[in-house]
Design a protein around this ligand. Structure first.
Ligand code: SF4
Length: 329
């Protein structure tokens, strides 16, 4: 569905700029931005993806991944067709990098659906939901009115003004922090690192629950120096932020061998020196997704695949020693 896009800038009678994300595309008549959905129609910035869903499914919240936000809950999940990055290793490239058929759901229809099937709300996820800004901002108040949660899973590549608005409506966000190297973002994602770091800082200072994910790719961001830099950045914000290391598998245009288990374990060992909650995903290592009390080491939440059980929580605290975990329950 076509809709006027926000964060536009008139550059001339026929040229328009998009200020939604740091790519800041400047578009002549008929031209489409990098994300494939915002375009110039008669000198006006429009979006073609409003309410257009690539898929809709009820997922465990752990799949986002969010481990410290209503563990064991299910959440209705959806996303748009497209992305403002073009990562060569994209694991959802069929729906983020290619045009595919979508289905229109009005904000009211989507919010109503979230009220069914025991979902706690909506997760905007799968591709890059930031390019769905107008739709998210219309759906979010409907969810809030029903007492439901609004969740975003994102690359974090958005400009400060829209981020501020999004922070105002979000309950939880998972940001994919891909590397601490600017050249990684330029070469692999065709984007910039600095805005992503600024946005993570801004979310960390807000009331929105945040978790971070890092896809560990052999030879590209898995050196001890790379991992330590990323861990130090997260620790500089708070040692309570859950950090998920996710194992890479060959996909799309990148054909490297999968991330070795030893590399994943090394990442966890390094991170645990500075952070209280570190998880490994996309690998099956017994215990690697469990939440352990940082003080007394009691098992708080067990996870095996998507089988999650609360084992030792009293509210957000360890049931044994009372240590605060900040898990939202
Ligand atoms: S949202 Fe899309 S059109 Fe707008 S600046 Fe980013 S990539 Fe370009």
């Amino acid at each position: 569905m076509l809709k006027a896009a926000e964060f536009s800038q008139t550059l001339s009678e026929s040229r328009v700029g998009c200020l939604l994300c740091p790519a800041e595309c400047k578009l002549g008549e008929g031209q489409v931005g990098i994300c494939g959905c915002r375009f110039n129609q008669d000198g006006k910035l429009m979006t073609s993806n409003y309410g257009e869903l690539v898929t809709l499914a009820v997922d465990p919240i752990e799949k986002k991944p969010l481990y410290h936000f209503y563990p064991t809950a299910d959440i209705l999940s959806t996303g748009p067709n497209g992305c403002n990055f073009s990562c060569v290793n994209c694991q959802n490239w069929q729906i983020s990098q290619c045009k595919i058929e979508t289905a229109y759901w009005s904000p009211e229809e989507l919010a109503d659906a979230a009220n069914r099937d025991g979902s706690i709300g909506i997760a905007f996820t799968y591709t890059e939901p930031l390019i769905w800004y107008e739709y998210i901002m219309d759906v979010a108040p409907l969810l809030k009115a029903n007492g439901q949660k609004v969740v975003l899973v994102s690359n974090g590549y958005v400009s400060p003004r829209p981020l501020e608005k999004l922070i105002g409506v979000m309950d939880a966000i998972n940001i994919d922090l891909k590397s601490m190297r600017p050249d990684f973002y330029r070469r692999i994602c065709k984007g910039e690192l600095a805005p992503v770091l600024d946005n993570i800082r801004a979310i960390a200072e807000s009331n929105v629950h945040m978790e971070l994910t890092n896809l560990v790719i052999p030879t590209m961001n898995d050196s001890e120096e790379d991992l330590k830099q990323l861990i130090d950045f997260v620790a500089s914000l708070s040692d309570m932020i859950p950090l998920h290391f996710s194992a890479y598998h060959p996909d799309y245009k990148l054909e490297l061998p999968p991330t070795p288990i030893d590399t994943m374990l090394k990442a966890r060992e390094l991170a645990r020196r500075k952070l209280k909650f570190v998880y490994l995903g996309n690998v099956h290592i017994p215990g690697c997704a469990n939440t352990i009390c940082p003080a007394c080491k009691r098992l708080l939440v067990s996870r095996d695949g998507y089988q999650t059980r609360i084992e030792g929580l009293n509210g957000s605290k360890c049931a044994d020693c009372g240590e605060e975990t900040a898990i939202v329950v």
